[in-house]
Design a protein around this ligand. Structure first.
Ligand code: HEM
Ligand code: HEM
Length: 202
């Protein structure tokens, strides 16, 4: 019979040791709303399309809620839980290169940088979209260019983001995409990093 300590010694095993709630509903609704809104806006983008503007503003509002949630939300929704210090990021990247990266219960340091980059670019897209409708920036080329480049950069990074999620899912033998739907992940084992860096643990 397997004891809990034995299981803790093999945290990456496909063994089902129970699951815990990780992503709260705000995080999940935010994520899939942004994905749906972004995809919609990549198609509904002819000049002057009202639906494009309102979908864009909805994304901006969702991002604003998520930024506030990063300070007051549940444990793994908080920035303090996952924004890495440079040393932690490099150590994670090094372990990634050696294919020995630990499993994080919240966002791993590389995923955290990716998510903050995506959020920043969504804000750039939303703000430059809004600027295009202002008299002061009407027809100004650089604003249109920044809007377009931000949108296509999000597209490219989102592809990397999805591939990374699939890769980590295979590596740690758990479906991270399904976790972003149910909010649940396999309970932490021995070498998994479950705690906020700020707490000094993990
Ligand atoms: C435009 C497309 C996308 C954007 C802008 C985006 C953005 C984000 C952001 C901001 C987070 C952090 C969530 C939070 O803490 O609030 C996140 C996490 C995540 N996203 Fe996406 N995402 C996109 C597409 C996708 C797609 C298509 C999938 C899967 C099919 C996906 C899978 C995930 C997963 C699994 C996580 C959790 C990562 C982890 O475990 O650390 N994303 N994404
Ligand atoms: C945040 C999500 C958004 C995304 C992903 C997005 C994406 C895009 C894309 C891909 C284009 C076509 C660019 C091209 O090929 O020329 C476009 C055009 C446009 N967007 Fe957005 N957009 C967003 C938000 C907004 C917002 C909030 C507004 C205004 C309130 C807006 C206003 C416009 C306008 C006026 C154009 C036409 C510009 C032109 O044809 O020169 N967008 N957007």
């Amino acid at each position: 019979m397997s004891s809990p300590s034995h299981l803790a010694a093999a945290p990456s095993a496909a063994r089902r040791v129970g699951s815990i709630a990780v992503w709260d509903p705000v995080v999940r609704v935010f994520h899939w709303l942004v994905v749906a809104g972004f995809i919609a806006n990549m198609f509904l983008n002819e000049e002057g399309k009202l639906v494009h503007r309102w979908v864009g503003y909805t994304i901006l509002a969702a991002v604003l809620v998520r930024l506030i949630w990063g300070f007051v939300g549940s444990t793994h929704a908080r920035f303090a839980d996952f924004i890495p210090k440079p040393a932690r990021l490099w150590s994670y990247v090094r372990s990634l290169l050696h294919r020995r990266e630990p499993r994080y219960i919240g966002h791993n340091p590389a995923a955290a940088i990716m998510m903050m980059t995506l959020i920043l670019l969504l804000v750039v897209c939303g703000v430059t979209g809004w600027m295009q409708g202002l008299d002061a920036f009407w027809g100004v080329l650089w604003v249109q260019t920044v809007h377009k480049v931000a949108a296509y950069t999000i597209l490219a990074l989102a592809a990397v983001h999805v591939l990374a999620a699939v890769r980590e899912s295979v590596r740690h033998r758990e479906n991270l995409i399904w976790s972003m739907i149910t909010g649940r992940k396999r309970a932490p084992g021995g070498n998994d990093i479950a705690h906020a860096p700020a707490s000094g643990r993990g």
